[in-house]
Ligand binder design. Structure first.
Ligand code: TYM
Length: 328
């Protein structure tokens, strides 16, 4: 069975973008692949975090993994910092990453361009840690949304460089980006990615949003003056985004939705999108509440980290021997 690995960084609450671009796909893939899925809590602290809020977000994220359908019997689910080998290989990867490569990573560049100050060294080097997260498990595929593809490609480059320098050690992973839903856009500015860093923004739907709030966000989504439901991401980015959201969540192809709403106004169309989104959130939230009450999160993390650690430890030891820092 081929292996897949991915992670989410809950530096805030998980979003509909995380669900459509990543989490929903993890759930589908777990039938056909060996899935390893973790919560990237070390990546969260690359930007300042309030500890109590972070703790809640991490627990919620695991509960949401389960509520969305990840099955701990089939998938290995754990918290990144519970497998300390990630950070150790992270440093080794960092020593094999050129600053020029890190300078080209769009996430750091974007923050710099926006003039954000006091950016941390951790934020700058986080793509090296992400490469370690991936390469330590030798996955065949890494399912991610479009914004993370660049980081998986860096992991691939670093694996190839390592293999060249030290002999075959890492498998070269392939990023797997969905065709529909690879980049869910903000509802208030559909030229920007929907993101959890847009705090208080009407543009971002959180998986734990109150259902009425989520409905309102969809109903007030920015559209255009074309007055025509059509899939045209360049000229009608808002409507196209809603079409993608509806298509992924309902399973109905975009063409068919467009046809159904060809004579409708945006109000009716948005109401239909909101119904689909709210029904999905309702299902997830009901399961989430049961999971939080059950104490299952702690048990899943314990078992998952034990399984992951076995693989990670073996790989780290091999790497350390190859590069000459292990003398036993
Ligand atoms: P993060 O937490 O920003 O995003 C988690 C996943 O959600 C996808 N995603 C989206 N997809 C579509 N539309 C959106 N608006 C949207 N927003 C987010 C992301 O592409 C991603 O797949 N560095 C990573 C976490 C990470 C990781 C890893 C991932 C750490 N180590 C190893 C894979 C493998 C991150 O910050 O993702």
């Amino acid at each position: 069975m081929k292996r897949m690995l991915s992670g989410i960084k809950p530096s805030g609450q998980l979003t509909l973008g995380n669900y459509i671009g990543a989490l929903k796909n993890f759930v589908n893939y777990q039938n056909d692949y060996e899935m390893i899925v973790f919560i990237a809590n070390l990546h969260c602290i690359t930007v300042p975090q309030e500890p109590a809020e972070l703790r809640k977000n991490l627990k919620d994220a695991i509960a949401l993994y389960l509520a969305c359908g990840l099955d701990p019997e089939r998938s290995t689910i754990f918290l990144q910092s519970d497998v300390m080998e990630h950070a150790q290989l992270g440093f080794i990867m960092c020593c094999n990453t050129y600053m020029g490569e890190l300078n080209r990573m769009t996430q750091f560049k974007d923050k710099q361009v926006k003039g954000e100050t006091n950016l941390s060294g951790g934020l700058y080097t986080y793509p090296s840690l992400m490469a370690a997260d991936i390469l330590i498990y030798d996955p065949d595929y890494v399912p991610v949304g479009e914004d993370q593809k660049q980081h998986v490609e860096l992991a691939r480059d670093l694996a190839a460089r390592f293999n060249n320098r030290y002999g075959e050690i890492f498998k070269l992973p392939e990023p797997l980006v969905p065709t529909v839903g690879k980049r869910i856009m903000s509802l208030s500015d559909p030229t920007k990615k929907m993101s959890k860093s847009d705090k208080g923004d009407k543009g971002c739907i959180y998986l734990l949003d109150d259902l009425n709030v989520a409905r309102k966000k969809i109903m007030s989504a920015v559209t255009d003056n074309f007055a025509k439901v059509a899939f045209d991401p360049i000229n009608q980015p808002g409507v196209s985004n809603l079409l993608e959201i509806m298509s992924v969540l309902s399973g109905e192809p975009i063409d068919s939705i467009v046809k159904r709403f060809e004579n409708s106004g945006y109000g009716d169309f948005k109401k239909a999108v909101a119904d689909v989104v709210v029904a999905e959130l309702d299902k997830i939230q009901t399961r989430y509440r049961d999971i939080i009450a059950s104490g299952e999160v702690e048990r899943v993390l314990q078992e998952g980290s034990e399984k992951a650690r076995k693989i990670a430890y073996k790989k780290l030891m091999k790497v350390q021997k190859k590069i000459g820092i292990e003398i036993r």
